[in-house]
Design a protein around this ligand. Structure first.
Ligand code: GDG
Length: 492
């Protein structure tokens, strides 16, 4: 187990003479106009939630796209701002994208081609040459921003995710003294699935410019090695989990991402959260015997319709729970310009109306839908209120919501129903693991959850908490930093 101060010591020790740069599409703090006032918020993104505490511990520069409508108002002339705004620990450098760039690179190639390509949920990827060209240009713009910071320095660059597959190659063309690692936050599919991308070779070539490529689980590492082996001419050193190509080695490793267990536990304790729980009970009339919760970015990979159908079936099969059970679905709309996302939003809204209509009694509705961005305090208060949480992703790299639920349950109670097709299912084996494609299986798990005796609930939760406490986000970052610190900078 590692904590923030240990990570800080490790980072200071390993990175002391080097510049540390993180690059991602999404920024950790977004400034927006609220009336005449500028306020900031943290986005609902697993990646930024995990990396912000790491950057607070390590310091350095985080380069990301400035997406807030007031972002330009608060930066200096180098487009930088110190964050967290209330207690600065590192620098956020914002990069600006035009509407056309955002459409082609973000909505287009990243989220309509790569996202469905890597998540096996049977949504067809859309490959558009124009989007691909914009994606390449934007990767170049990120590379220029990184190189401007690096100059002649020795730098570790830690690249995030599928939006920036060409970045390492482009950086190294100009700054060969950089050591780079890339973390892939989503699943890596098998060769058969990946090869349908018309630009599969360029993408692999870009990723292999990194010295280290990380995935959440070993299965994704193996898929990646096999994909590379079958597409590119190279040597795979299986025992070392390394790919050697044109004299350069790229190491491939699993690093299961996690949450800041102590921060979430801390947020979930104390008077403020008790008041917030009371406020929520009052505002939404959440006084039923059983409360269940689902928290997601509204995405078709998260299996939201499947869990709603399971709630419907559970109530139809077990009518004695009508009036005694409420499921709260928190959903922050995401990627709203993309048709598939519009469709899933409509489907979820219609299903909830239909299910509520079928089962309602007086004031009581089985499903409460909160379709908005909630504060971190409200999220933990809801998690504390719940008897059980349902995470039913059809495919998910890790899923931090599952780990946040566990971290928030300092009362030692609560049940997690978790899809087997999440990275988290590999560690959280004391959850009730389900196949989310089977509505019957989720329904059975709900029945088991409402009937589970307290001693079993506590036994399972205590094991789950021990796992998340041990493998927290600082251990994740510490393992990656220890790994990159083993690389030697090229001479000259
Ligand atoms: C990708 C991968 C991987 C949600 N609603 C609100 C809110 N959230 C927060 C949650 C959680 C985060 O957003 C979502 O993280 P996930 O990990 O569950 O999912 P993705 O965004 O799809 O993340 C995933 C992750 O990257 C990290 O590698 O685990 O597999 O898909 O932290 O709590 N936060 C706030 N208000 C909300 O309404 N403040």
């Amino acid at each position: 187990m590692m904590d923030k101060s240990e990570l800080q010591r490790l980072a200071q020790d390993k990175l002391k003479d080097y510049l540390f740069i993180v690059v991602s599409n999404r920024e950790p703090y977004i400034h927006s106009w609220v009336g005449e006032e500028i306020r900031y918020s943290r986005p609902a993104s697993g990646l930024t939630v995990a990396l912000d505490p790491v950057m607070q511990a390590c310091g350095g520069i985080w380069i990301a796209y400035g997406s807030g409508d007031a972002d330009r108002e608060v930066v200096d002339k180098e487009d930088k701002i110190s964050v967290p705004p209330e207690a600065p620990q590192y620098i956020l450098k914002r990069l600006w994208l035009s509407k056309e760039e955002e459409e082609g690179y973000y909505d287009g190639f990243s989220n309509q081609a790569l996202w469905p390509l890597c998540h096996i949920v049977h949504v067809k990827p859309k490959f558009d040459e124009k989007d691909w060209n914009t994606y390449k240009e934007v990767n170049q713009r990120f590379a220029d921003a990184v190189c401007a910071e690096v100059g002649e320095k020795n730098a570790f660059v830690f690249i995030q995710d599928y939006h920036l597959t060409l970045l390492a190659r482009k950086i190294k063309e100009h700054c060969p003294r950089v050591i780079s690692a890339q973390f892939w936050h989503i699943p890596w599919p098998n060769y058969e699935a990946f090869r349908i991308c018309p630009w599969h070779e360029e993408i692999l070539d870009g990723l292999l410019a990194n010295d280290l490529v990380g995935f959440h689980i070993l299965h994704h590492c193996n898929n990646f090695l096999e994909t590379v082996d079958r597409i590119l001419e190279c040597r795979i050193e299986r025992e070392k989990y390394a790919i050697v190509r044109k004299g350069h080695s790229t190491f491939v490793r699993p690093f299961p991402i996690s949450v800041d267990f102590h921060e979430v536990s801390g947020r979930a304790s104390g008077e403020e959260v008790t008041k917030e729980m009371e406020r929520l009970r009052h505002q939404y009339d959440l006084r039923q015997e059983f409360i269940s919760i689902g928290i997601d970015r509204l995405d078709y990979t998260k299996g939201i319709p499947e869990r709603l159908k399971a709630i419907d079936l559970f109530l139809s099969k077990n009518p004695e729970y009508e009036g005694r059970f409420t499921f709260v679905q928190v959903g922050e709309p995401s990627r709203v310009h993309i048709d598939e996302y519009k469709k899933i939003n409509e489907e979820i809204g219609e299903l909830i109306d239909e299910i509520n209509w079928r089962h309602f009694r007086g004031r009581w509705r089985p499903i409460l839908y909160i379709k908005e961005h909630l504060s971190p305090l409200t999220l933990v208060a809801l998690q504390r209120l719940a008897n059980f949480s349902i995470v039913s992703s059809l495919h998910d790299g890790m899923n931090l919501v599952a780990k946040e639920f566990v971290s928030s349950r300092l009362d030692g109670d609560g049940i997690l129903i978790l899809s087997r097709f999440t990275g988290a299912a590999q560690e959280l084996t004391e959850a009730l693991l389900v196949n989310p494609y089977s509505v019957d299986a989720i329904t059975e798990a709900i029945k088991k959850a409402v009937e589970m005796p307290e001693d079993e609930r506590r036994r399972r939760m205590s094991k789950l908490r021990a796992v998340v406490q041990e493998n927290n986000v600082y251990s994740w970052a510490g393992n990656i930093i220890s790994e990159i610190a083993k690389f030697e900078f090229p001479e000259g």
